[in-house]
Design a protein around this ligand. Structure first.
Ligand code: CMC
Length: 429
């Protein structure tokens, strides 16, 4: 049912109403699509804090209640009961797979997880000390040059093929970015492992010995992947959608998403959290760090704190904290000094008026860095792991956009605040 809201403007007929749209869950949205056409006025919302950029049936986030659900399933239940490939299927196709669908999906992923040998040769063109995300932006974009016969975005089957290729190849691409930087031989995927286990063997395995699977760490990696798989219209996902809206090919769109994810305010935060905790070093230095975070003349922020949407708690942070404790205990690192600083920092910040007033809570990145570090993942690979996970979400959002025949090219407008029109000075002609 359509309801109407009175806007502050009216057209020549005196009609100032705009339709209100209702979703399944979450706030209603005023449909302002006709605003400019009817009233010649634009909506101003820099940073899109009050803008629903699309309709989506994939992920639901309620920032005040601390709810995150994929296709309706709460993240805590998925992290507990599901595995990453099942979650990827759920995100892409809308329902949990039957046993046969799950097997067929896994087989397709296994079939596509190798890289073309010429793609592997690209790596040698990068500097050894390149950041893995820099390499990933380049290599994923370059995949466009390999599948031009199977990436017609108007063909639903080719769209699914591209989405599966991306999910399948991303761990291989990320792991190769790491092994290249260390000078170790690049590893091929091995289909006897599950998705997370295969990723870990490509990161840490050596050709001269068998890779020993640690089920506790593989499970923790799988959970990290599940927790990061999608997060509705965040910066990188919106980037993917915007690139896709022009009809760009899927590999270029995901490369754009990787670039956006890399920023320290988004996926780069877990790397920054570990740097910050190492810099703080010991609990005695925490008050100084808190004072700096509150000082408006200092650009320092408590990394891993605050979220654009979660203003209560980040449900992912709870799960990841539990996983971090499990893995640290399993590895005999219960007294990890970084964890000690993190726990005390959290406690002090959560009692501080500044953080309470602004509703700043630990986000998923606050503990994911500690967990990844304990598992031997180097700091500069943290965001690459996030990118592997988020690819499932990006391709699902990309598929959804292309299944919506009403969606044209995204083209935001602006409130122009530059110079008025003026003549080019005669004297310079
Ligand atoms: N430390 C200190 N002050 C903060 C922090 C922080 N981490 N985060 C926000 N604030 C303050 C900010 O200075 C502002 O204060 P005031 O109202 O006095 O000017 C107020 O809180 C609101 O900040 P904002 O920047 O308008 O909030 P936002 O919703 O636009 O930003 C954020 C969200 C995540 C970018 C921000 O909280 C931040 O920079 N956090 C640290 C980086 C981080 O952990 N990012 C990971 C996000 S979760 C992973 C993901 O989903 O990508």
């Amino acid at each position: 049912m359509t309801k109407y809201v009175n806007a502050v403007i009216g057209d020549e007929t005196g009609d100032a109403s705009l339709p209100i749209l209702e979703g399944t869950l979450g706030p209603q949205a005023v449909d302002i699509q006709s605003l400019y056409g009817r009233h010649g006025i634009l909506a101003y919302d820099p940073g899109y804090r009050s803008t629903a950029s699309c309709k989506s049936a994939i992920t639901f986030v309620d920032g005040d209640a601390g709810i995150l659900a994929y296709r309706g399933y709460p993240i805590e239940q998925l992290a507990e009961k599901s595995r990453f490939l099942e979650v990827a299927y759920l995100l892409m196709f809308g329902e949990l797979p039957s046993a046969a669908e799950g097997t067929a999906f896994r087989d397709s992923v296994c079939q596509h997880n190798l890289l073309h040998e010429q793609v592997i040769s690209f790596y040698r063109g990068f500097r050894r000390d390149a950041h893995p995300m820099a390499v990933m932006v380049g290599v994923v974009g370059a995949l466009s040059a390999f599948y031009h016969d199977d990436m017609d975005i108007r063909d639903p089957q080719q769209r699914i093929n591209a989405a599966i290729r991306l999910v399948a190849k991303m761990p291989t691409i990320a792991a190769a970015s790491y092994t290249y930087s260390t000078g170790r031989p690049q590893r091929y995927p091995r289909n006897e492992y599950d998705y997370a286990g295969n990723f870990m063997q490509m990161l840490f395995g050596m050709p001269n010995r068998d890779f020993v699977v640690d089920p506790v760490q593989v499970r923790a990696m799988d959970r990290i992947l599940i927790l990061h798989a999608d997060h509705e219209q965040n910066a990188s996902t919106s980037t993917v959608r915007m690139a896709a809206s022009s009809g760009a090919n899927p590999f270029a769109c995901i490369a754009a998403g990787i670039a956006s994810l890399w920023g320290p305010a988004h996926g780069g935060a877990n790397e920054e959290v570990v740097k910050m905790l190492l810099e703080i070093g010991t609990p005695e230095n925490i008050p100084k760090a808190i004072a700096r975070a509150k000082d408006k003349s200092d650009p320092f922020r408590l990394m891993g704190f605050g979220h654009r949407v979660y203003k209560n708690f980040d449900p992912r942070a709870r799960v990841i904290q539990e996983s971090a404790r499990e893995v640290l205990a399993h590895l005999g690192l219960e007294n990890d000094p970084l964890m000690a600083v993190a726990l005390e920092l959290e406690e002090i910040a959560l009692r501080d008026e500044y953080f309470i007033e602004r509703k700043l809570y630990p986000n998923v990145d606050f503990y994911s860095g500690i967990l990844l570090r304990a598992m031997g993942i180097p700091t500069k690979m943290f965001t690459a792991v996030f990118a592997v996970a988020r690819t499932a979400g990006w391709v699902s959002q990309w598929l959804e956009l292309h299944n919506d025949s009403t969606h044209g090219i995204d083209r935001p407008r602006q409130l122009y605040v530059g110079s008025g029109l003026r003549d080019y000075p005669e004297t310079r002609g």
